[in-house]
Design a protein. Structure first.
Length: 443
């Protein structure tokens, strides 16, 4: 588990962090905007905006040309692959870029499905975003059987006994989320991978929601595929897929004939969104710089140095810096989440879905789904989101495409949830203002 040693560094640097995000300075009806909608997409630092703009203003070209801007584009793509390889801890040629996670998952499900038929099984879960469900359900047209891993309703966690019982010698793939985008549950991916691999099944991990909150290490997880979206961790609207090289080579994508058969490019169809990919390197470097700064502050504190005399970073390695960044992010977000949950529990008739026991907060990220018990027409998730929005609090209502979960919990027909999502650029003051606003709305 991460220690608390680096938690103060992120809190102390919050002014500097927030100053890098231009959008955070907005106001709504005279209220400062509080971006609590991170699960739907985080804001981006200026360096990401600059990287996209600079690419369009200088190097906008297609790949493979015998001239300068095309060569620069080739180099930029290679750099972005290297950045995401550091972020996920894999080889650069195991990184595939695409428009979004959903598109990438459909492409991969179509390719994997070429080898499947009647008698084969795929296991999905009730906790997942539908982007890691529907692409696999589509294979039922080939005779594939889709099985469902159920949840424990009391804390919105996967029923691991049920999941394990449904993995057998006919299971070809287990599709599972790293963290729930609706209720914040973090799943024990390494254990699930072990169960699946013992039966000879592949594992496809949706890490879209986990990406901004925790360190991803595909080498340690040993998963076969993992997908994420950079717009969920301070970057542009792009999807990224990790696939073990052996799988990217042996499965056959649907593609146009001139496209190379080399990996990973055989999985990237048409002209990629080059300007946004340029922004991917910038967002990964933003995270890495958070880690370098926390290492510097920790080193300075250990030496007893004044803050103005910080020694150089203890590491220049990007992966090591990313590891340090997520330690700081984890600790700071846990502090915010604890404050928010305690405050919500003091508001009458508010029900929080998911884990609320502070001793188990390592099993969840700071994404909260809630509802008013016996809600009236002006207390539905949409009504609450609208009233909060008028005061500058950006939250979400509905099912967030976690359709199987809202149906399972019987809230789909009555508006789903109100979702509050925290990330590391949120401030304690924003949490306190939100709690005050909710109390005023509901009492």
């Amino acid at each position: 588990m991460p220690t608390t040693e680096t938690a103060p560094s992120l809190a102390l640097e919050l002014t500097s962090i927030r100053s890098q995000f231009p959008s955070l300075a907005q106001t709504v009806n005279g209220h400062p905007a509080a971006f609590l909608d991170g699960p739907g997409g985080t804001q981006v630092p200026q360096r990401v905006i600059d990287a996209i703009s600079n690419y369009l203003g200088r190097d906008n070209a297609n790949t493979g040309g015998a001239y300068a801007t095309s060569r620069n584009t080739d180099a930029m793509l290679a750099e972005a692959r290297g950045a995401m390889a550091d972020f996920l801890h894999c080889a650069a040629d195991e990184i595939v870029f695409g428009p979004n996670m959903t598109t990438l998952t459909y492409a991969m499900s179509r390719a994997i499905g070429r080898d499947l038929g009647a008698g084969d099984e795929i296991l999905v879960t009730r906790l997942d975003h539908d982007a890691n469900v529907s692409p696999w359900l589509a294979l039922e047209e080939k005779g594939v059987t889709i099985r469902w891993a159920e949840i424990l309703e009391e804390d919105c966690t996967l029923d691991l006994d049920d999941l394990a019982s449904k993995i057998n010698d006919r299971t070809r793939l287990v599709a599972v989320g790293y963290a729930s985008n609706a209720v914040g549950t973090i799943n024990p991916i390494k254990k699930i991978v072990s169960l699946a691999h013992a039966a000879g099944a592949l594992v496809y991990v949706d890490a879209v929601h986990y990406g901004p909150h925790g360190l991803i290490d595909v080498a340690a997880l040993d998963c076969d595929f993992l997908v994420c979206s950079t717009y969920k961790f301070f970057g542009p609207h792009m999807g990224v897929l990790f696939g073990k090289r052996e799988h990217l080579q042996r499965f056959h994508p649907y593609k146009v004939r001139p496209l190379t058969d080399a990996v990973p490019n055989r999985w990237e169809w048409g002209t990629l969104n080059h300007e946004c990919i340029a922004g991917i390197t910038a967002c990964v470097d933003y995270v890495a710089d958070l880690g370098r700064r926390s290492l510097t502050i920790a080193g300075t504190a250990a030496l007893g140095c004044p803050s103005g005399e910080a020694r150089p970073s203890a590491t220049s390695d990007r992966r090591a810096a990313i590891v340090a960044a997520f330690e700081s992010i984890h600790n700071y977000e846990q502090e915010l989440m604890n404050r928010l949950i305690i405050g919500l529990q003091q508001i009458p008739n508010v029900k929080i879905y998911g884990i609320t026991d502070s001793s188990r907060f390592s099993e969840r990220c700071p994404t909260l789904a809630l509802r008013v018990v016996n809600q009236t027409a002006d207390q539905t998730p949409l009504a609450l989101a609208t009233k909060l929005g008028d005061q500058g609090f950006f939250t979400w209502d509905g099912n967030y495409y976690a359709l199987s979960l809202t149906e399972r919990l019987d809230v789909e027909k009555s508006g789903g949830f109100l979702r509050i999502g925290l990330v590391h650029y949120n401030a304690i003051e924003e949490v306190d203002r939100l709690l005050t606003a909710l109390r005023q709305i509901l009492t």
